[in-house]
Write a protein that binds this ligand. Structure first.
Ligand code: MN
Length: 438
């Protein structure tokens, strides 16, 4: 279930943007004609989205933030020709997919006002309270950080970024949604800025999303950045994926079907879904294993979601006694969870049609954390604690963040810190992106 892929603000497919601008030139794709532009989401639509997961939402607050931001941005336009306000509105919409609280949604609506309009922090505080004021100011500071720069400067900026996130993790959640929307509409920017933004996304924001356990977000950010930084690589992988998928599309339904029935026969009600892998993850695998596309047979991944941990292992037993297991591909992240709270069983079997089938087996609850990561915790306030205290108790990702911030307050030199943070950030993935031919 990729809830981030809503119908909102999806950028057109690559190649449909009316031709790439020549590098170094000023050419941009023409702005979309007015009649083809999506209508602005109405206040009531936004409120509906929030009320679906938060019946106690403060409608008056969201309405005020909506109207205030719309008026503040006034006649400002995005490079696409859309009213500027469409951007903060889409950022807020992305955050409703992550089911975030009213303060975060309001901060999303207001996130560019201090930087881009006459609005001041004092004004936000007065109208919306200090909590929202603090979030908007945090986001304003992040906007000025250039994270792809000379090493010493980069260390300093990365430090500021982590400090802002540690102060309130919701700053990162809005920042990631902001970056996602900017990446989805990247084709309208000038070529020089496109590459810089895409590189920063790939180097910093996508790994940070992953480190916070937000896998869906990380994958989409990576894919969009890959498309920009290495258009040829992206095109080659996508074309071949399309060709393979065309020939094997029936297999997804067949495997979903067989698995669901096998498990049902043994009394396990499982939700099985197959999906194509994304271009960037296939590309990275090819690079990591130095293999050609022909050897890469497992382009589909399947998820088996069940209710309890007992059922996870029962399902695993059924899978392993039904199809031959591919050795060395079995991983149990339930008995040994990853540092970002990710829990799941991974295995690969030779399934129907001699097709290699990659499986992730986990409970619905584990799946929630696997998709939303820290955002899945960020909302759950209880009588005992503020969101931050709950986070500190429940989330290893958040514990990592706190630890990293503590470490940097101990004042290691910038180069050391940069080296260490990068290692921490990338430790669960192979960092070998080389834009060949770019
Ligand atoms: Mn923005």
């Amino acid at each position: 279930m990729s809830t981030l892929e809503t119908d909102l603000g999806r950028s057109p497919a690559p190649g449909s943007s009316g031709g790439r601008a020549v590098a170094g030139g000023e050419a941009r794709p023409p702005a979309a004609p007015a009649e083809r532009r999506p209508k602005l989401m109405r206040q009531t639509d936004l409120i509906d989205r929030v009320s679906r997961y938060n019946p106690d939402t403060d409608e008056a607050l969201l309405n005020r933030a909506y109207v205030y931001a719309m008026k503040a941005h006034g006649e400002q336009k995005r490079a696409s020709g859309d009213p500027y306000f469409s951007h903060p509105l889409q950022v807020a919409a992305i955050l409703t997919d992550l089911k975030l609280d009213d303060a975060t949604i309001a901060a999303a609506l207001l996130h560019d006002t201090i930087e881009d309009t006459a609005t001041t922090r004092a004004e936000i505080d007065e109208l919306f309270g200090g909590e929202i004021g603090m979030l908007v100011e945090g986001l304003t500071k992040l906007k000025k950080l250039d994270l792809v720069t000379k090493e010493a400067k980069q260390a300093e900026n990365l430090r500021k970024l982590l400090l802002a996130i540690a102060a309130d993790v919701r700053v990162l959640l809005v920042k990631l949604a902001d970056r996602l929307h900017n990446m989805r509409t990247l084709q309208y920017m000038r070529p020089e800025s496109r590459i810089r933004v895409a590189q920063e996304t790939l180097d910093i924001y996508a790994p940070l999303a992953g480190r916070m356990g937000m896998h869906e977000m990380r994958e989409e950010l990576e894919d969009l950045a890959f498309r920009e930084i290495n258009p040829e690589g992206y095109a080659v992988v996508s074309e071949r994926l399309n060709a393979l998928a065309g020939r094997q599309q029936h297999l997804i339904a067949e495997i979903e079907d067989q698995l669901t029935r096998k498990l049902a026969d043994r009394g396990i009600a499982a939700k099985v879904t197959g999906r194509r892998k994304r271009a960037y993850s296939v590309w990275r695998k090819m690079e990591r294993k130095s293999i050609g596309f022909e050897q890469l047979s497992d382009i589909f991944g399947f998820r088996v979601l069940v209710k309890t941990i007992d059922e996870v292992y029962a399902a695993l037993g059924i899978v392993h006694t039904t199809w031959p297991v591919v050795p060395t591909r079995f991983k149990d992240y339930i008995s040994t969870p990853k540092g970002n709270d990710y829990r799941s069983i991974h295995t690969t079997v030779i399934g129907p049609g001699k097709q290699r089938v990659e499986l992730q087996i986990r409970t619905f609850e584990m799946h929630e954390i696997a998709e939303y990561g820290i955002a899945a915790h960020a909302l759950y306030k209880d009588e005992l604690g503020s969101p931050t205290e709950v986070l500190a108790r429940e989330s290893r990702a958040y514990a990592w963040l706190r630890h990293t911030v503590e470490m940097l307050s101990e004042g290691s030199n910038p180069e050391e810190f940069l080296e260490h943070t990068k290692l921490e950030l990338f430790h669960d993935q192979v960092f070998c992106f080389t834009p060949k031919g770019a």
